[in-house]
Ligand binder design. Structure first.
Ligand code: HEM
Length: 447
C-alpha cells in the first residue's frame, strides 16, 4: 500500500512522493539486485516516474525516464550531490575518486584530468593498445567452451595497466585483479560492516592493496615523463601551475582503473553475446574490419568502423554497465509537482530507461540499425540513451571506451568466429555491475 515519502511543509501545494518500503528490513533490495528492470517497470506502472522504495537499508526516491535523467544529470542549481549519493555505496573503496567530488572542487579536478583524455593523448593510448591486443589474444584457441568474461577481463586489465601505468603487471596481476573485483562488489554488500570473508571486508582489503600498489610507484612517475595515464596525471597542471597531490593521484588512479576496466569488460561481453546470437551481424562487422586491411587501428580509422560503432551503442543500451546513478539532495527539490526534501537519497536508472517501450520499439531486440543515420531512435529524447550519464559528471572516458572496444573487437573479428547454441540465453548477474552470470561460454574457432 502506498505511503508518503515524507510529510509536506506547511501550506505546500506540492504532492508527497508515493511508494512503499517493501519487506521488513530488506525492503526491495533482493528484487533490486536480481531483477532491477522488472522492479522499476512495476513501480513505474504502479506509481509513475516518481516513487520511493527501500533498498540497501535506505529510503530512496526513484526518478524514472528520460525527463528525470535530464533533470538530475544536468543538475541546474546544484540540487544533487554525487559525493553524498555514491559515498554510501562505494565511498570506502573509491574514496575521493573524481565521480565522488562535487561542484567547485569537482570542476577543478576535472579540468586537470581532462588533459589525460584529449585527442593527442588518446592517440598515444591507441598506439600502445594495438600490439598489446595482438599478443593478448594470440593464445586464444579453438575451444568448445571459451569463457568470454574471464578472457576479456584479463585482456582489459592488461591493457589498462599498460596504457594507464606504462608497464605490464608481473606476478601481482591476480591480486590486483581480485582487489578491483572485490572493491566493486563491496558497493552492493548487504552486510555493510567488516565481517571477515564477506563482501565489505574483502572490499576494504582490496582498497588497501591498491593504495599501496600505486603509492610505491609515484616518486618514479613524477621523475619521468611518459605517455601513460599515471605519468600524465602526475604532471598535469592548471594555468596557475597547480598539480594533483600524491593522494589525489592515488585516488584518481584507483577510480580510473576500475571505471575503465569493468565497464569495457561488460560492453565487450555483451557484444560477444549478441554477435553470437546474431551471426549475420558478426559477419557484417567482420567484413567491415577486413575491408580496413590492417590489424592495428589508427585513430583516423575509428569512424570508419561504423557497424561496430552502432553495435556498441546497442550493446550499451541493452546492458548499461553502470545501471543506476545515486545522488543525494542538498536542497529541497521540486520535480513534477512532487516535494523531495533536502538530504534524500535519489536514484536515476539508465538500465530501465533503455528498456522503456515508450521510447524504444521492441526494446529486447538487438537491433544496431536503431542508431543508423536513417533511424536514430536515440534522438527521440536527448536523455533516452544515457550509458555514459550526462552533465558535469558525464563519463570522461567515453572516447577512450569507444576506442578500446573498437580496437579489441576489430582484432577479434579478424582472427576468430564464435557461436552459442540456438536456444542459449545468457543469464545476467545484476547483484553488482551487470555481468554474464555463467561467464558466457561460447564456441571459439580461429579463422
Ligand atoms: C563502456 C564504458 C563506460 C561506461 C558505460 C561508463 C559509464 C559512466 C557513467 C554512467 C558515468 C557517470 C556517473 C555519474 O554521473 O554518477 C561515468 C563517469 C566516469 N567515467 Fe565512465 N564509463 C565507461 C568507461 C570509462 C573509461 C574507459 C574511463 C577511463 C578511462 C572512465 C572514467 C570515468 C570517470 C573518471 C568518471 C567520473 C567523471 C566525473 O565525475 O567527472 N569511464 N562513466
Amino acid at each position: 500500500m502506498s505511503q508518503p515519502f515524507c510529510s509536506l511543509p506547511a501550506h505546500s501545494q506540492l504532492r508527497a512522493v508515493p511508494g512503499d518500503k517493501g519487506l521488513p528490513l530488506i525492503g526491495h533490495t533482493l528484487s533490486f539486485m536480481s531483477d532491477p528492470i522488472g522492479l522499476m517497470r512495476k513501480r513505474y506502472d504502479q506509481y509513475g516516474p516518481v516513487s520511493w522504495t527501500s533498498v540497501f537499508g535506505l529510503k530512496m526516491v526513484q526518478l524514472l525516464g528520460p525527463d528525470a535523467n535530464q533533470f538530475v544529470m544536468l543538475n541546474r542549481g546544484d540540487l544533487f550531490s554525487n559525493h553524498q549519493g555514491w559515498d554510501y555505496f562505494i565511498g570506502r573503496f573509491f574514496h575521493r575518486g573524481i565521480m565522488l567530488l562535487d561542484f567547485e572542487e569537482h570542476r577543478w579536478h576535472r579540468k586537470i584530468m581532462q588533459q589525460a583524455f584529449n585527442r593527442d593523448v588518446l592517440k598515444g593510448y591507441l598506439e600502445r593498445m594495438g600490439p598489446h591486443i595482438t599478443s593478448g589474444i594470440a593464445p586464444w584457441k579453438d575451444i568448445a567452451d571459451f569463457h568470454v568474461l574471464n578472457a576479456v577481463k584479463q585482456l582489459t586489465l592488461d591493457l589498462a595497466t599498460d596504457v594507464f601505468m606504462g608497464y605490464e603487471l608481473g606476478p601481482e596481476a591476480d591480486d590486483i585483479n581480485r582487489a578491483f573485483v572485490d572493491t566493486v562488489r563491496a558497493g552492493t554488500a548487504i552486510v555493510r560492516t567488516r565481517v571477515p570473508g564477506l563482501r565489505w571486508s574483502k572490499g576494504l582489503k582490496g582498497r588497501k592493496l591498491l593504495e599501496a600498489f600505486f603509492r610505491k610507484e609515484i616518486a618514479a612517475k613524477r621523475q619521468s615523463r611518459d605517455s601513460d595515464l599515471f605519468s600524465v596525471l602526475c604532471h598535469a597542471e592548471t594555468e596557475d601551475g597547480e598539480q594533483f597531490s600524491d593522494d589525489d593521484v592515488v585516488n584518481h588512479m584507483i577510480f580510473l582503473m576500475m571505471a575503465a576496466h569493468d565497464t569495457s569488460t561488460i560492453t565487450l561481453s555483451t557484444l560477444f553475446y549478441y554477435l553470437a546470437k546474431n551471426p549475420q551481424w558478426q559477419e557484417r562487422l567482420r567484413e567491415e574490419s577486413q575491408a580496413l586491411g590492417k590489424t592495428c587501428l589508427d585513430y583516423e580509422d575509428l569512424p570508419r568502423l561504423e557497424g561496430i560503432g552502432m553495435a556498441m551503442k546497442e550493446a550499451l543500451r541493452l546492458c548499461a554497465p553502470v545501471p543506476s546513478l545515486p545522488r543525494k539532495t542538498v536542497k529541497d527539490v521540486e520535480y513534477e509537482g512532487f516535494f523531495i526534501p533536502r538530504g534524500s537519497f535519489i536514484n536515476v536508472v539508465p538500465y530501465f530507461t533503455h528498456y522503456m517501450e515508450e521510447y524504444w520499439p521492441v526494446p529486447e531486440k538487438f537491433d544496431p540499425e536503431r542508431f543508423s543515420e536513417a533511424r536514430r531512435e536515440d534522438k527521440v529524447h536527448p536523455y533516452a540513451w544515457v550509458p555514459f550519464g550526462g552533465g558535469a559528471h558525464k563519463c570522461i572516458g567515453l572516447h577512450f571506451a569507444e576506442m578500446q572496444v573498437k580496437a579489441i573487437l576489430h582484432q577479434v573479428l579478424l582472427n576468430f568466429r564464435w557461436s552459442v547454441p540456438q536456444d542459449y540465453e545468457m543469464p545476467v548477474d545484476t547483484t553488482s555491475l551487470p555481468v554474464p552470470g555463467d561467464g558466457l561460454p561460447v564456441k571459439l574457432e580461429r579463422i
